[in-house]
Design a protein around this ligand. Structure first.
Ligand SMILES: NC(=O)c1ccc[n+]([C@@H]2O[C@H](COP(=O)([O-])OP(=O)(O)OC[C@H]3O[C@@H](n4cnc5c(N)ncnc54)[C@H](O)[C@@H]3O)[C@@H](O)[C@H]2O)c1
Length: 319
């Protein structure tokens, strides 16, 4: 199974199914089409599918010309019908992972889309989750669902996690040039995942597990959230002392190592800062029993306070 799928990927005869055609799924689908793959987009939103089939973009920074090119090349198709999942050799899930009213990760979109795919899974496919989520989601939630179809992951079918790093509107980087981290449930899953993304993305980076890949994304987001929270606090202090925070950050950024500049502001840009770092709270709630309570809880509480501070203080810091 693995070799057949790898051959289809390398010969560009594989069909790539993308589930969830939003800010993450649509550019990824266009990138696969640009590289010559047939793509099949799945979304619950009939309106989006109609627009795409008519060659129209519904995302401001994605030009309709890119969609028209894929449609004209007869590489593009879109549907709301999940029974077509068997047509795809790769199924890449890019659905939302919002927070519920308790600010806990809401996995319902990921689980609903997986459940909708399961009846149509077949041997020789790879399923790759890209939605930002807490470590453990792929092997605890997706693996049993996929195997409930009677397929063995790593042998009949392949399962991976590869976090999305899309930065909508950033003109310096494109889907192709943003390195992609991949983690597989088994070594064979990792191999197929690296081949899939490596076919369309300049640099793929392997990690040893889906959990490591899930945690990588959280680290990136928490790192930004904490540091944006820090400069937002410093801005308030600097304002009170009549110091220009930007001048200070730019001066500090001349240090050639050990400092990354972050600027005051809400830190928005997709879900990454206002929403995704809260995924860490489920990690700490689940892991806390294994670690030194006094030290570790304090660390996680500091992160939580910073995140809450950012939510409350954003209007002041964005000035
Ligand atoms: N937008 C970003 O900048 C960004 C960056 C990195 C990571 N992410 C992560 O990527 C994931 C997707 O984010 P997004 O910004 O593309 O979301 P989005 O809301 O723009 O798009 C999600 C799409 O999924 C569709 N959808 C919802 N449920 C579905 C289902 N069951 N089956 C099929 N389609 C379904 C929606 O109709 C929508 O078109 C999230 O986990 C997000 O945290 C987003």
């Amino acid at each position: 199974m693995k070799h057949t799928l790898l051959n289809k990927i390398s010969s560009r005869s594989a069909t790539i199914g993308i589930i969830g055609l939003g800010y993450v799924g649509l550019p990824l689908m266009l990138r696969f089409a640009e590289a010559g793959y047939k793509v099949l987009g799945f979304d619950l939103d009939q309106h989006k599918i109609k627009k795409l089939l008519a060659g129209q973009s519904y995302i401001k920074h994605i030009p309709s010309t890119a969609i028209v090119a894929a449609v004209d090349a007869r590489l593009f198709n879109g549907t709301t019908d999940f029974s077509r999942a068997g047509e795809a050799d790769a199924l890449i899930i890019c659905v939302p992972t919002p927070l519920n009213k308790f600010r806990e990760p809401d996995l319902s979109f990921v689980l609903n889309s997986t459940d909708a795919l399961v009846p149509y899974l077949r041997p020789g496919q790879i399923i790759s989750l890209e939605s930002t989520t807490y470590p453990g989601t792929t092997d605890e939630e997706l693996l049993p669902r996929v195997e409930s179809r009677g397929l063995t992951v790593g042998k009949d079918i392949f399962l991976a996690f590869s976090p999305e790093r899309e930065d909508p509107g950033n003109e310096k980087f494109s889907t192709r040039t943003i390195p992609k981290v991949c983690g597989g449930v088994t070594p064979a899953c990792l191999e197929v995942s690296l081949a899939l993304y490596g076919a369309v993305i300049d640099r793929v980076v392997s990690v040893s597990s889906t959990r490591a890949a899930e945690m990588t994304k959280l680290l990136e987001n928490i790192h930004r959230a904490v540091n944006i929270g820090l400069v937002n606090e410093l801005k308030i202090v600097c304002d009170a002392m009549d110091i220009d925070i930007r001048e200070v950050i730019d001066a500090a950024a001349t240090k050639p190592y050990g400092f990354t500049p972050y600027y005051p502001g809400p830190g928005l840009g997709g879900n990454c800062i206002p929403i995704d770092p809260f995924n860490h709270s489920i990690v700490c709630n689940r892991t806390i029993i294994f670690i030194d309570r006094n030290k570790s809880i304090k660390f996680f509480k500091i992160i939580n306070s910073l995140l809450k501070f950012m939510h409350i203080q954003m209007p002041h810091c964005a000035k």
